[in-house]
Design a protein around this ligand. Structure first.
Ligand SMILES: [Ca+2]
Ligand SMILES: [Ca+2]
Ligand SMILES: [Ca+2]
Length: 340
C-alpha cells in the first residue's frame, strides 16, 4: 500500500531538478514507481468504478423501484383523492339527508304531538259518545217496551173495533138481504106475470103463424106456398093483376115437383097463364119475380113466337109427364094460376 500524496510530491520534486545519471535512474525508478502507482491507482479506480457502477446500478434499480413505488403511491394517492372526494360528496349527501330527516323528524314529532292531542280529544269524545249511547240504549229499550204495550193495546182495540164493525155490517147486510128478498119475491111475481104474458103472446103468434101458413079457401097447399087456379079467363096482364089483388102473383115454377104440382091442379087438356114472359127482351124469358129462367119444360117446337107476337107463357096439361109450356099472345084470355 503506497502513500499516494507523499509519492506524488517526491516524484514532482525529482522531475523539476537538473537531470543527472543518478537522477535519471532515480527518475526512471520514480516513473516505474509512478507507473506502478498509477496501475495500482487504476486498479483501485477500476475497482472503485466497478463498485460505483454496481452501486449506481443498485441505485438505478432502487431508483426504478422507487419510481415504480412513487407511481404506485401516486396512483394510490389519486385513488385516495378520488375516494376522499367521493366520501366528501357522500358526506355532503349524508349531511343533507340527515338535515332533511331531521326536518321530517321535527315535522313528524310535531304531527305526533298533534295526533296525541287529537287522540286524547277523540278518546274523550268517544267516552262521551259511549255514555250517550248507553243512555240512548236504555231509552230505546224503555220505548220498545212502551211500543210493545201500545201495540198489544192497539191489537185489542182493533179486534174490538172490527167486531163492532162486523156487527154493524152484519145488521146492515141482514136488512139489505131482507129488502132484496122482498124485491126478489116482487120480481118473481112480475116475472111470472111476464112469463104468462109471453106464453100468451107466443100462443097467439103461433096461431097467427099457423093461420098464415094455412091456405085460404079455394087455394091449394104445396110445400110452404098456396096456389090458386082461376075459374074464368082473362088476358095475361089482367090475370096477373087478379093475383096481385089477392096478395099473390102469377106462379113462378122453381122445381120439377112444383111443375108437376101445378100441372096436377089443371084438368086434362086445360091450359093456364104462369108468371113467364119475354115481353121485355124478345127471346129472353123471365119470371115475374125478376129471376131468370133456368130449367124449362117447353113443348117441342116452342117457344115459337107465332106471328112474332107471343110473349107470355102458359102451362098445358098433358096426360103423361109434368106438363109443358107454350108461348102465346098476351092478349089471349086464359085461366091463370096464382102463388103466394
Ligand atoms: Ca113457385
Ligand atoms: Ca115472344
Ligand atoms: Ca107458341
Amino acid at each position: 500500500q503506497l502513500d499516494s500524496s507523499k509519492s506524488i510530491s517526491s516524484h514532482l520534486a525529482l522531475i523539476h531538478r537538473k537531470p543527472t545519471w543518478t537522477s535519471l535512474g532515480q527518475i526512471i525508478c520514480l516513473h516505474n514507481e509512478r507507473i506502478i502507482f498509477f496501475i495500482v491507482q487504476a486498479d483501485q479506480l477500476q475497482s472503485s468504478y466497478e463498485t460505483l457502477t454496481a452501486e449506481r446500478e443498485q441505485l438505478e434499480a432502487r431508483l426504478t423501484n422507487l419510481t415504480t413505488e412513487k407511481d404506485q403511491l401516486q396512483q394510490s394517492y389519486n385513488s385516495l383523492t378520488t375516494d376522499r372526494d367521493q366520501l366528501n360528496a357522500t358526506l355532503n349527501n349524508v349531511t343533507t339527508e340527515k338535515d332533511r330527516l331531521k326536518a321530517i323528524y321535527d315535522t313528524l314529532s310535531r304531527g305526533s304531538d298533534q295526533l296525541k292531542t287529537s287522540y286524547n280529544n277523540i278518546q274523550r269524545d268517544l267516552e262521551s259518545l259511549q255514555t250517550n249511547h248507553n243512555n240512548l240504549t236504555k231509552s230505546r229499550d224503555k220505548l220498545q217496551a212502551r211500543y210493545s204495550t201500545l201495540q198489544r193495546e192497539k191489537d185489542e182495540l182493533q179486534t174490538i173495533f172490527q167486531k163492532e164493525r162486523f156487527k154493524t155490517s152484519y145488521k146492515t147486510l141482514h136488512e139489505e138481504n131482507e129488502q132484496l128478498q122482498t124485491n126478489y119475491s116482487s120480481l118473481v111475481k112480475v116475472k111470472d106475470e111476464l112469463q104468462k104474458t109471453v106464453d100468451k103472446v107466443k100462443r097467439e103468434m103461433f096461431l097467427e103463424f099457423l093461420f098464415i101458413l094455412a091456405c085460404k079457401t079455394g087455394w091449394q097447399k104445396f110445400d110452404i106456398g098456396c096456389y090458386f087456379v082461376s075459374t074464368w079467363k082473362k088476358n095475361w096482364t089482367l090475370s096477373r093483376q087478379e093475383c096481385i089483388d089477392m096478395g099473390a102473383d102469377l106462379v113462378v115454377i122453381d122445381s120439377r115437383d112444383e111443375q108437376a104440382f101445378v100441372k096436377g091442379m089443371l084438368k086434362s087438356g086445360q091450359n093456364a097463364w104462369i108468371g113467364l114472359t119475354d115481353s121485355l127482351t124478345e127471346g129472353t124469358w123471365m119470371w115475374v119475380d125478376g129471376t131468370p129462367v133456368t130449367t124449362t119444360y117447353w113443348q117441342p117446337g116452342q117457344p115459337n113466337s107465332f106471328n112474332g107476337n107471343q110473349d107470355c107463357g102458359e102451362i098445358l096439361h098433358r096426360s103423361a109427364g109434368v106438363g109443358e109450356w107454350n108461348d102465346d099472345g098476351c092478349f089471349a084470355e086464359q085461366y091463370w094460376i096464382c102463388e103466394n
